[in-house]
Design a protein around this ligand. Structure first.
Ligand code: APR
Ligand code: ZN
Length: 249
C-alpha cells in the first residue's frame, strides 16, 4: 500500500467521529453518470431551474421526460466497492453520518441506516406535491405521463408534482441542512469522496469541517476547489482507494 493510502488509513484510525461527504463521483462505478466529468449530465444538457419548472409546463414535461429516461440506469444501479467501504466504516462505529449530494439512494442500499444518511439534494426514488407534500410513486406517474405527455398534478390539491430532488434555485431541505451542520461541527475528520465541490451550500460543509478544526481528506479523480485547504488529497478512483484503505471488497 503506497504512502498516500497509508496516510488515509492512519487518519481514519486516529479519528473517532468521521463524516463522509459524497458526490456523484462515488456512484459512477455503479453506472450512474456524474455531472461535470467529460460526458457528465451537465455536459449533455442544461439544468432545469426550479423557477422554470414551476412557471413553464414545457419545462415540466422536459424534466419528467429526462427523469423517466434516466430512471432505468438508476434502478439498475447497485452499491459499488466505494459505497461498501463507507458502509463498513459506519458499521465499525467510525462514521457518524454520510452527508450526500446524491439522490440515488445507494448509501442506504449499501446497508447504512436511514438516520445516518443525510440527503442534501433530496431523493430521486419518489415524487411529491410541491404544495401539500403528498407523496407519489414513480410507477404510478410514469404510465399516465407517457400516455398523455402531461406533467402530473396532485390529486389532492391540484399542486405541481415534482421528483423529490432539489433543483438549482430550489430551497434546500431545512432539516437536512441543520442535521448536516450538527454532524460536521461534531466531526474530527471529514472525508470527501467524489465531488467537484463547486455547488453551494453543500460544498460549504467540508469547508466548515476544516474551519472548526477537523482533518479534511479528499478522494476525487479530478482536482477540486478545496484541494488547497485539505490535509490529504488523493486524485484516485474511489472504489479501489477506499476498498483498499478500509480493507473491504
Ligand atoms: N473515482 C473518483 N472520482 C470520481 C469518480 C471515481 N470513480 N467518478 C467521478 N469522479 C469525480 C469527478 O472527477 C468529479 O470531480 O467525481 C466528481 C463529481 O463531480 P460532479 O459531477 O460535479 O458531481 P457533484 O460534485 O456531486 O455535483 C454536485 O451538482 O448538479 C448538481 O445536484 C447536483 O448533487 C449535484 C451537485
Ligand atoms: Zn397536493
Amino acid at each position: 500500500m503506497d504512502d498516500d493510502l497509508l496516510e488515509l488509513r492512519r487518519m481514519l484510525e486516529a479519528a473517532e467521529r468521521v463524516v463522509v461527504f459524497t458526490g456523484a463521483g462515488i456512484s459512477t462505478e455503479s453506472g450512474i453518470p456524474d455531472f461535470r466529468s467529460p460526458g457528465g449530465v451537465w455536459t449533455r444538457m442544461k439544468p432545469i431551474y426550479f423557477q422554470e419548472f414551476v412557471a413553464s409546463e414545457s419545462a415540466r414535461v422536459e424534466s419528467w421526460r429526462r427523469k423517466f429516461e434516466s430512471d432505468p440506469v438508476m434502478r439498475a444501479a447497485a452499491p459499488n466497492r466505494g459505497h461498501r467501504a463507507v458502509a463498513a466504516l459506519v458499521d465499525r462505529g467510525k462514521v457518524s453520518h454520510v452527508v450526500t449530494q446524491n439522490i440515488d439512494g445507494l448509501h442506504q442500499a449499501s446497508g447504512i441506516p436511514d438516520h445516518q444518511v443525510i440527503e442534501l439534494h433530496g431523493n430521486a426514488t419518489y415524487a411529491h406535491c410541491l404544495d401539500c407534500q403528498k407523496r407519489f410513486e414513480l410507477d404510478a406517474i410514469r404510465p399516465v405521463f407517457e400516455a398523455t405527455l402531461k406533467p402530473p398534478r396532485c390529486d389532492e390539491c391540484g399542486g405541481l408534482v415534482k421528483s423529490a430532488t432539489v433543483s438549482f434555485g430550489q430551497p434546500m431541505p431545512p432539516a437536512a441542512m441543520i442535521r448536516a451542520e450538527e454532524a460536521i461541527l461534531a466531526c474530527d475528520l471529514c472525508l470527501v469522496a467524489g465531488s467537484s465541490l463547486v455547488v453551494y451550500p453543500a460544498a460549504g460543509f467540508p469547508e466548515l469541517a476544516k474551519r472548526q478544526g477537523a482533518v479534511l481528506a479528499i478522494v476525487n479523480r479530478e482536482p477540486t476547489d478545496m484541494d488547497p485547504i485539505a490535509d490529504l488529497v488523493l486524485h484516485r478512483e474511489i472504489g479501489a482507494t477506499l476498498g483498499e484503505v478500509v480493507g473491504n471488497n
